[in-house]
Design a protein around this ligand. Structure first.
Ligand code: ZN
Length: 63
């Protein structure tokens, strides 16, 4: 179980939209993470690899 750092409620595992930067370009992509009712999103260490792959794939699509 994952508890929100902001409000202490339980976070849900879902496919979420994230925005990150690659070479100063903002990339919006979807990957699995945790979300709280308050809007806070986070990812766990085991989800990091999928996060990086999804980000790299989206970045390549733009080229
Ligand atoms: Zn919260």
């Amino acid at each position: 179980m994952h508890t929100c750092f902001d409000c202490g409620r339980e976070m849900k595992r879902e496919i979420l939209e994230f925005t990150d930067e690659v070479n100063n370009e903002k990339i919006t992509f979807k990957t699995e993470g945790f979300i709280c009712e308050c809007g806070r999103k986070t990812i766990e260490a085991p989800q990091m690899e999928a996060y990086d792959i999804a980000l790299a794939n989206e970045y390549r699509k733009k080229k």
